[in-house]
Design a binder for this molecule. Structure first.
Ligand SMILES: C[S@@+](CC[C@H](N)C(=O)[O-])C[C@H]1O[C@@H](n2cnc3c(N)ncnc32)[C@H](O)[C@@H]1O
Length: 627
């Protein structure tokens, strides 16, 4: 059963152990507590020493002892919150120093306790000194230190800062963006988003919400005052807030519940969140299948150069949509090739090129049966291991109706009378042509009769700009020591995109049509212009495909037309080396090339507006696809 991981926020904690056990008993997974006593202060600047010059001796510590809990409990059950009154940006040196020292001392103590995260609040647009201090702490504590969760309201509350402080920026996203940019997009920096229902009700532009979805959100904060009481007496979120919360669930966020109990047992807030999680999780096969793969970078498959493994075929074959759509397309094409009045006399030849372990052969036989037409099938496959599976099925099920051909489709030359009326293939990658379907099928056109049809008839790659600091950080963390420095930014990745914001709708890029009569040239160059509708940061481009199988039968992983429930393909991500700050109203120009030098195919890409950047992957120096 899906479970919402919930933390309970406490602002005053007289007895930590009791607070922890009561919160756990109410179903909360962890608590958020101040690291130090709110009234504890360092001596004012200039008073660090006593009148005699000796250091001041205190008889009490600035916070509770680490002996109160076992270290495993500190690390798994407690998030420490930093003081809310820090004045890190104060122009008064004394005030600023005092805040810096308090911050440093608490960060060090959090590291000492082994906390997994500490929480710091953003209250104003300018946070550069805070960013510097946090970044410096993250670098010093390297892998072992706590994550830094930065808490920000979803929209800047008007009362929180003066107009001078706020400047032009009424957007709390800018506060956060400035801070994490100064902290060099550090991976340890996460976001905790406050979804106060009053604030949410002032959001009129859906972009405000969309932009947060591309941020590394660790948790959302819900105040008990945002809940209503339903007819049965249970606390529930108003519809508008529910809709917003649901959008964060796929990103695996945690929930922080804050505020008074308002006459309810606190456990009811937690169980309500579980209920929301369970409702959102069920039903979508793609989500079920993709669990655990969210934002996980994978190298694109190269089924032409490499032989796919049994497990990979097995995963394809579980797709609930792809084969039914192919079968529908074949059904239509077979009926078009054999009119009703010839169905008793005419037999046509259908070739499955790249048959794998045979799912499309099985779909072809079913389509012919349903159409009450006669077909002969050639199953052509170059992977000798898959040929074993195909031959076994021929022997056990298919008999003479199917011929298995162990060959590369480009090299097989059948007799004239064996040429195909219908060619069926599935050689598509996440970007359509990136598993070299064009190179295979155009070099296998000698297998087609002059009036043959191809399933697919055409496919088009689509590309759209993305903001995702999560993916940027994942790519940054992927270094291949055997390749040139920076090659990780010149390589596309197959990835189930989750923690991202689409900055403009994707656009069509390269189209390939089969069969092609006339000159064949698989090189391509396109420039795509995107209108930017929000202030944002560009981290790269999502790649997708749309494919016309036959007439109106299509499959697609392009977000607006995605075939529901189809999970054979995740999108592909083309990164940028340097994130680009974009402003609402700007035009973003993307240049994209596809090259084929007879041995390899590769892509190159760069942006030229609003700023020009160097071309990535020139000459295919970091990434190629083998022919
Ligand atoms: C993406 S898999 C699809 C397999 C199967 N049709 C399915 O839908 O599960 C592509 C298959 O085409 C085969 N293949 C790729 N290029 C080929 C070529 N030039 N000649 C023959 N087979 C090829 C690969 O070995 C692989 O089995």
């Amino acid at each position: 059963m899906p479970h919402a991981s919930c933390g309970l926020v406490h602002h005053l904690v007289p007895d930590l152990s009791t607070t922890l056990s009561l919160s756990n008993a109410a179903g909360f997974d962890f608590i958020v507590v101040p690291l130090s006593h709110p009234r504890y202060r360092l001596p004012p600047p200039g008073h660090e020493a006593s009148a005699t010059g000796a250091p001041i001796c205190r008889s009490y510590a600035f916070t509770r002892s680490d002996m109160l809990l076992k270290s495993t409990d500190w690390s798994s059950l407690v998030v420490g919150s930093l003081p809310r009154d820090l004045q890190m940006e104060s122009m008064s040196t004394g005030v600023r120093r005092e805040s810096e020292e308090r911050l440093q001392r608490e960060l060090n103590y959090a590291a000492h306790l082994g906390l997994s995260a500490i929480l710091v609040e953003l209250k104003r647009p300018e946070n550069t000194n805070l960013a510097r201090a946090l970044y410096s702490f993250i670098l010093k504590s390297s892998g072992s230190g706590p994550q830094v969760w930065v808490r920000a309201p979803i929209i800047a509350p008007k009362a929180e800062c003066t107009p001078e402080e706020r400047g032009d920026s009424t957007s709390s996203w800018d506060w956060w963006n400035n801070l994490r940019t100064s902290a060099n997009f550090a991976k340890k920096l996460g976001l905790v988003l406050e979804l106060d229902s009053q604030l949410v009700s002032t959001i009129t532009d859906e972009i405000v919400l969309k932009r947060w979805l591309g941020e590394p959100i660790k948790a959302i904060v819900l105040n008990t005052s945002s809940f209503l009481t339903n007819k049965k007496g249970y606390p529930v979120l108003p519809k508008a807030l529910q809709t917003i919360v649901r959008q964060f669930i796929p990103s695996d966020v945690q929930v922080l519940i804050e505020g008074r109990n308002r006459g309810h047992d606190m456990s009811l807030y937690q169980s309500y969140m579980d209920h929301l999680w369970q409702q959102t999780d069920s039903g979508d096969p793609l989500r079920q299948f993709a669990k655990g793969y969210e934002d996980f970078l994978q190298s694109p498959l190269q089924p032409l150069m490499d032989n796919l493994e049994s497990g990979t075929y097995e995963v394809f074959e579980q797709d609930p949509v792809k084969y039914t759509e192919y079968q529908r397309a074949m059904f239509e094409a077979i009926k078009d090739k054999i009119p009703e009045d010839e169905k008793a006399t005419k037999t046509i030849t259908l070739m499955v090129l790249g048959a794998g372990r045979g799912p499309l052969v099985r779909a072809a036989l079913k389509a012919a049966l349903a159409a009450e037409r006669k077909i002969r099938v050639f199953a052509v496959e170059k992977n000798p291991n898959a040929i074993v599976t195909l031959l076994t099925q021929k022997e056990e099920d298919w008999g003479d109706q199917v011929e298995v051909v162990s060959s590369d489709m480009r090299q097989w030359h059948p007799e004239e009378h064996d040429k195909a009326d219908i060619i069926v293939s599935e050689l598509l990658g996440s970007f359509g042509d990136n598993e070299l379907s064009p190179e295979c099928l155009y070099n296998a056109q000698h297998l087609f009769k002059s009036n043959a049809v191809s399933i697919p008839t055409s496919y088009t790659s689509w590309v759209g700009p993305l903001q995702s600091s999560k993916l940027y950080n994942e790519v940054r963390g992927t270094m291949d020591v055997d390749k040139i420095s920076g090659s990780n930014f010149e390589t596309p990745y197959v990835v189930h995109l989750q923690n991202k914001t689409e900055l403009a709708p994707p656009q069509p890029l390269f189209t390939f049509v089969h069969p092609l009569h006339g000159n064949i040239d698989n090189n391509r160059y396109e420039i795509k212009s995107f209108d930017i509708t929000m202030d944002a940061v560009l981290h790269g481009f999502g790649g997708y495909f749309e494919c016309v199988l036959y007439k109106d039968v299509m499959i697609s992983i392009n977000p607006p037309t995605h075939s529901k429930g189809m999970f054979s393909w995740f999108p592909i991500f083309f990164p940028l080396r340097t994130p680009v700050r974009l402003t609402k109203g700007q035009t973003l120009d993307l240049n994209f090339w596809r090259f084929n030098n007879g041995k390899h195919v590769w892509y190159e890409w760069c942006i030229t507006k609003p700023v020009a950047q160097p071309v990535l992957n020139p000459n295919g120096r970091s990434y190629t696809i083998g022919l």
